[in-house]
Design a protein around this ligand. Structure first.
Ligand SMILES: [Zn+2]
Length: 312
């Protein structure tokens, strides 16, 4: 190869930050003896220690320099170049005859717990990658969950206003219809969706299209879902289901045929005072209000207490 630089030009001037030298260029720059030793050094590290060079880096003073290690974990921080020698940290190697000094350094460092530290490094990296994957899948899941807009629960203040009007003997008919219908739609939709999910299907919550399949599902209206995120969102939103399902179904059936306001009010009153009862142990669990009324469990329990004591 033709030398394109003057013989006294420094390595760091020759290849600047923007021009990383290839191995042929290192060869052209160094004396044949020094390059032969450098090649031998590379072979030895690879064959005897399974070490290769990682991430060549640049600084102004040294120019491009090499580090040696295993899969990104470094044992020898700096191998730098001069025209008639290369340096392994502070040891200058002019030819194969004094290569052993550099190999001794590598050997000492290698046997000073390198493999243990390397294993720890790999383990930490594995954990980090797992954590990253988890974060990524969580944020993807969130994206799908945002498309799950379930029919709304009833507000606590609406329930209070309704009971208030009833207590005063002036039942708010309009509010009664509104609250009853919201509960009715939520119970009915929930059952329909639960039955679909049991068959591996989901219903688009914007346009009603039925979708099924693996992975990302794109509805004709443009919304995207996954079955998994959909089902999770259904559960997290406390859509009416689970042990109290017969209670919700009964409400739907009775609301369909109820005519008088008194009956409708009674249906709502009976419903929101029900509880999930374990089929196995028979123990009373959460009030079904958590499936129908906005707020935390304790806010709903307090509301039910207030209603019972007439304190609304
Ligand atoms: Zn749709």
């Amino acid at each position: 190869m033709k030398k394109i630089w003057s013989d006294n030009m420094e390595w760091s001037e020759l290849y600047n930050r923007k021009s990383k030298p290839r191995i042929a260029e290192i060869k052209a720059y160094m004396s044949p003896d020094a390059f032969e030793a450098f090649e031998r050094f590379n072979e030895k590290l690879l064959n005897d220690y399974n070490l290769g060079y990682v991430l060549p880096r640049y600084n102004k003073q040294k120019g491009w320099f090499y580090s040696y290690g295993r899969s990104g974990y470094i044992l020898i921080k700096e191998v730098t170049f001069n025209s008639d020698y290369f340096s392994v940290e502070d040891i200058h190697i002019h030819n194969v005859d004094n290569l052993s000094k550099a190999i001794d350094l590598v050997d000492t460092k290698f046997h000073d717990g390198f493999l243990v530290r390397y294993a720890e490094f790999c383990e930490a990296r594995r954990k980090r990658m797992k954590e990253n994957r988890l974060q990524k899948s969580k944020s993807t899941e969130l994206k799908y969950k945002r498309n799950c807009k379930w029919c709304p629960k009833v507000s606590r203040s609406d329930i209070k206003r309704l009971y208030n009007s009833d207590t005063k003997g002036m039942l708010d008919q309009e509010l009664l219809e509104e609250v009853g219908l919201a509960i009715y739609v939520r119970c009915k939709t929930s059952k329909e969706i639960f039955d679909l999910m049991e068959q591996g299907k989901i219903k688009c919550l914007a346009c009603g299209e039925i979708l099924s399949g693996e992975g990302e599902l794109t509805c004709k209206c443009g919304l995207k879902y996954t079955y998994h995120a959909y089902r999770k969102s259904y559960r997290e939103n406390n859509m009416p289901s689970g042990a109290a399902t017969p209670i919700f179904n009964k409400f739907v059936k009775n609301w369909d045929i109820a005519r008088s306001s008194q009956v409708k009010m009674l249906l709502i009153d009976n419903l929101i005072h029900e509880f999930h009862v374990s089929e196995i142990s028979g123990t009373r669990g959460r009030p079904v209000g958590v499936n129908l009324i906005q707020g935390t469990k304790s806010q709903i329990v307090k509301l039910l207490c207030d209603l019972a004591s007439g304190n609304v």
